[in-house]
Design a protein around this ligand. Structure first.
Ligand SMILES: Cc1ncc(COP(=O)(O)O)c(C=O)c1O
Length: 391
């Protein structure tokens, strides 16, 4: 462990964001101390207050993403939960899915399970060495029975921003649904679903959206609910006389009690993001990413994996230093400098195969957030330079 006086330099925002805006901690605390009730279940004062907060949370999320209305936002418990709902709810026996080889396991494993259980076939298009997917490869992979194109907006290994507008347009033109995994882009990049032919967009609430762990959401384009089955059924606080799952959104997909403290925190986080503006967060993170890339590029022994261009990536940067196993490098960075990163395969083994970093145990990933400072970036560069020089 580093000395307790060593400042904590948190560069693992791609795993979960920290710190959060102060209003998030206050909202969770206020819920726990003063509200403490289930959402959508009671008629007393605190129940009404919590319902109001959750309604506002949905509205903020819809506004932030450019969704048609608040009821297109389904709350889930994390990004994985959103992706499981989309994939298991939509894909049936006889369907074909197109995805890429750099996806997160929360896309790859549900697809594998669908293949095992239902014989669903998947085509994996390949990314290039910078983690970029060529939209024409998606077009070439489509078949008459393709139901879905599932693609990540930004790689959680290289940060590479994918041409999702082009990919979604190809899917739309072919009459195929398009699911975007926005785990590394929501809150980091402007997203406007009004101008994006995306049918489903999945993201955690706890990464770029700056809410607490245990929150997530799935956007469902109007009409898609006719094909998207619920994967969990149960109490919704609505239509209780009926033993069938309600058809109404969002209740159709939100059985069981909500993570109410989490949603109160997420509401405060989304309000903070709207106040600050996603464009302004993007500008801050782009500047820090550029500073990081410039600093790292001067370290001769170090390799940066990815586009190496802050315009083409979110604030996620993967590096290796020959002679250092990624896990060892990450431990030393924390122990010696208090620099907290994430080492390994990042739940995206295919991305590491594409980068040729799989065999060596992956990379060390540094990821920034809205509260990261230029001084922290400089400290990370200095620490890595010192270690690289020591090899
Ligand atoms: C690209 C990508 N997709 C999905 C997920 C899963 O999100 P969660 O951890 O909220 O389940 C992650 C998380 O790391 C991710 O980076």
């Amino acid at each position: 462990m580093p000395e307790s006086s060593t400042p904590r330099i948190y560069l693992d925002n791609a795993a979960t964001s920290w710190p959060k805006p102060a209003a998030v901690y206050d909202a969770v605390d206020d819920y726990n101390r003063n509200l403490g009730v289930a959402v959508g279940r009671g008629a007393y004062r605190q129940a009404g207050e919590v319902q109001g907060i959750v309604d506002r949370c949905r509205k903020h999320a819809a506004d932030l993403l450019g969704a048609e209305s608040w009821d297109r936002i389904v709350f889930t418990f994390n990004g994985t939960d959103s992706l499981n709902l989309a994939l298991h709810g939509l894909v049936n026996a006889g369907d074909h899915v197109v995805t890429s080889d750099i996806e997160h396991n929360s896309v790859l494993r549900p697809l594998r399970e669908l293949s095992r259980r239902l014989g669903v076939e998947t085509t994996f298009v390949s990314a290039d060495r910078t983690g970029l997917i060529d939209p024409t490869t998606v077009r070439d992979a489509l078949r008459p029975n393709t139901k879905l194109v599932a693609i990540t907006h930004a790689s959680n290994v290289t940060g590479t921003i994918q041409p999702i507008a082009e990919i979604a347009a190809i899917a739309r033109e072919a009459g195929v649904l398009c699911l975007v995994d926005a785990a590394q882009s929501a809150g980091h990049l402007p997203i406007d679903l009004k101008n994006l032919p995306v049918d489903l967009l999945a993201c955690p609430g706890h990464k770029g959206l700056l809410g607490p762990l245990g929150t997530g959401l799935l956007y469902v384009r109007p009409g898609v609910e006719q094909q998207l089955q619920s994967v969990r059924q149960g109490g919704t606080g609505s239509n209780s006389e009926d033993d069938r799952q309600p058809d109404l959104l969002p209740d159709k997909y939100e059985s069981g009690n909500h993570n109410a403290p989490g949603l109160c925190g997420l509401e405060a986080a989304l309000a903070w993001i709207q106040e600050r503006g996603v464009e302004s967060i993007r500008a801050h993170e782009r500047e820090l990413t550029s500073r990081l890339l410039d600093g790292l590029a001067r370290i001769e022994q170090l390799t940066i994996h990815g586009p190496c261009d802050a315009e083409k990536q979110v604030g996620v940067v993967s590096v290796t230093i020959p002679g250092f196993e990624p896990q060892v490098l990450a431990s030393i960075l924390d122990e010696s400098f208090g620099i907290q990163t994430r080492a390994g395969l990042h739940c995206a083994p295919g991305a590491h195969r594409a980068l040729r970093t799989f065999e060596a145990g992956g990379t060390v990933r540094l990821s920034v957030g809205p509260f990261t400072t230029a001084n922290e970036i400089d400290a990370a560069v200095t620490g890595l330079a010192e270690l690289a020089g020591a090899v």
